[in-house]
Design a protein around this ligand. Structure first.
Ligand code: AP5
Ligand code: MG
Length: 201
């Protein structure tokens, strides 16, 4: 099964995608882009785009994910971000379900203020809502947790998300594979609904 988690920055795409592992392979375009070597010309350009909260060009992102689609069960986290990406994805694989996580801007800003992320394995934490077992250390790979460089660009990221989401929403809604989840509840409640939705035929 191939699923997509859609939602604004800070809505919890990474959090729920990592909870679906290892049953699903998680493909996070954000994590893939953050791992590109900054010491190359293209790497430096991508890193600047990320810190400013802009979108990386579609052709670069598609090339990155193409080689990652090598498992039966996949959850896409943060992809597609444009209608063009959604159309290109349909050329390389078939998507079963698309889940939109609905969260208001106020809540997003509070959540991102407490987020810590492992830049090595991509695991996401929150200092209060979802803390690691040992303060500042990743439960999964024991690396030091960081705040992301693009946290200050949240207004820009939200603006770009709001500009693009309608077209992506309409695209999947027309195919009758779009589902919505109220993502302003607890992580446990949201994940329970998500699992139920994925288990339905
Ligand atoms: P990306 O890494 O995808 O970032 P994003 O979409 O801005 O989303 P975030 O990762 O910030 O949030 P999230 O929804 O994963 O929430 P999280 O689980 O962390 O992309 C970064 C950049 O890369 C983009 O801006 C762009 O430049 C580039 N990029 C990426 N993909 C691209 C593409 N396809 N095309 C072009 N460019 C691309 O949760 C947030 C916090 O809330 C955490 O602390 C978490 O613990 C907490 N939390 C989660 N759920 C709950 C809850 N229910 N209650 C309380 N706290 C919660
Ligand atoms: Mg994320």
């Amino acid at each position: 099964m191939k699923i997509i988690l859609l939602g604004p920055p800070g809505s919890g795409k990474g959090t729920y995608a990592q909870m679906l592992e290892p049953k699903f392979k998680r493909i996070s375009t954000g994590d893939l882009l953050r791992h590109i070597n900054k010491n190359t010309k293209i790497g430096k350009e991508i890193s600047d785009i990320l810190s400013e909260g802009r979108l990386v060009p579609d052709d670069i992102v598609i090339k990155l994910i193409e080689k990652e689609i090598n498992k039966e069960n996949i959850v896409f986290d943060g992809f597609p971000r444009t209608l063009e990406q959604a159309k290109l994805l349909d050329k390389i694989t078939t998507i079963d379900k698309v889940v939109l996580l609905k969260v208001s801007d106020d809540i997003i800003i509070k959540r991102l203020a407490g987020r810590m992320q492992c830049l090595k394995c991509g695991r996401v934490y929150h200092i209060k809502n979802n803390p690691p077992k040992k303060k500042g250390i990743c439960d999964n790979c024991f690396s030091i947790l960081h705040r992301r460089e693009d946290e200050n660009a949240i207004k820009k990221r939200l603006k770009i998300y709001n500009k693009n989401i309608k077209q992506i929403y309409d695209y999947y809604n027309k195919k009758e594979i779009l589902y919505e989840i109220d993502a302003e509840r607890t992580i446990k409640e949201i994940f329970k609904d998500l699992e139920k939705l994925l288990n339905e035929k």
